[in-house]
Ligand binder design. Structure first.
Ligand SMILES: C[S@@+](CC[C@H](N)C(=O)[O-])C[C@H]1O[C@@H](n2cnc3c(N)ncnc32)[C@H](O)[C@@H]1O
Length: 299
């Protein structure tokens, strides 16, 4: 029923028309079966989960956490508004926690009173204004499970205190930036600047919401904030995953262009030299290496 209601929404119909029906017919047929019988993992692979960017980012972090033998990680939404995005994250996280046996702690940052005043053209007052997107705090708060928490206040004031509270046992693995403004996103990006690199997964998934409309550009808004972050930070970089669509079943989805990877270059996993005798080895199918492979070691 909820699905049929959604189909009536003109934007969703437009997206299905442009993004989905432009994909090969056999993949759309397979996805009908996945929708009916698939696991959460296959539904994410086939873009069948509402807000695919959340599903992708959370699953990306789950896989990383498992590979790091971690039992928990933290996912963050900057810009909560009425909480539709946060509740969606919570719903997906609940399924992924079971699938990957990992706990997902969720933080949502917002003023609680809608958009603050824009500073200048870089905040796109052509698109957003003070007071837009208010929150019904009490209503939202009572719906939150115990793994989710709201941080109310301007990120400019709340970010440092919250960063101190991040525990390396539950490092940051996924961040969604949906604050609309350049100034707010610039402040929120400080979440990636903690001195302790173990407060992050080695590569974190990032979703940048406010980069896809016609007025958005690299000289204002979230794109400018990310550009300045990269210039100012030597060991933390936010990069475009150039091959992401090659790894996806459906390649035309808009959200693919809104994903970034946050590279934590100083994370121990990336910056400490491994103490192992084993050398990397490339098999040569033209030569019989069997039996000889073990003779290779570093010493
Ligand atoms: C577009 S809304 C977020 C929508 C939400 N992510 C969703 O998907 O439903 C943007 C939100 O960012 C919040 N915001 C913008 N600048 C902020 C700042 N400096 N500090 C805290 N919240 C801010 C606003 O209060 C607003 O609710």
């Amino acid at each position: 029923m909820a699905f049929l209601k959604k189909l009536k929404n003109i934007n969703i119909l437009k997206r299905i028309w442009i993004e989905r029906l432009s994909e090969p017919i056999h993949l759309n047929i397979i996805s009908l079966f996945v929708a009916a019988f698939g696991s959460i993992k296959s539904k994410i692979d086939f873009d069948l989960v509402i807000r695919q960017h959340h599903a992708y980012g959370l699953q990306f972090a789950c896989k990383q956490a498992v590979s790091q033998n971690l039992k928990s990680f933290t996912a963050i939404e900057f810009g909560v508004a009425s909480g539709a995005g946060l509740m969606n994250m919570i719903t997906i996280a609940k399924k992924l926690e079971k699938a990957y046996d990992v706990r997902i702690n969720i933080l949502g940052f917002d003023t609680g009173a809608g958009m603050p005043s824009p500073i200048d053209y870089r905040d796109h007052p052509d698109l957003y204004l003070k007071g837009d997107f208010p929150m019904m705090f009490e209503l939202l708060k009572e719906r939150l499970p115990d793994n989710a928490r709201l941080v109310i206040g301007n990120v400019h004031e709340t970010i440092q205190e919250q960063l101190k509270l991040i525990n390396p046992e539950s490092p940051i693995g996924f961040v969604s930036f949906d604050l609309d403004y350049y100034s707010s996103t610039k402040d929120a990006l400080l979440i990636l600047n903690d001195q302790n690199p173990q407060k992050y997964l080695p590569v974190i998934a990032i979703y940048a919401d406010d980069i896809s409309l016609i007025p958005h550009n690299e000289y204002a808004g979230a794109l400018l904030a990310i550009e300045e972050f990269n210039q100012a930070s030597a060991l933390r970089k936010i990069c475009i995953p150039h091959f992401l669509e090659k790894e996806r079943v459906f390649k035309n989805s808009k959200w693919l262009k809104q994903i970034r990877y946050g590279h934590i270059m100083d994370h121990s996993h990336r910056s400490e030299f491994k103490d192992t005798d084993q050398v990397l080895f490339i098999e040569n199918p033209y030569i019989k290496f069997r039996g000889n492979k073990d003779k290779f070691s570093r010493s």
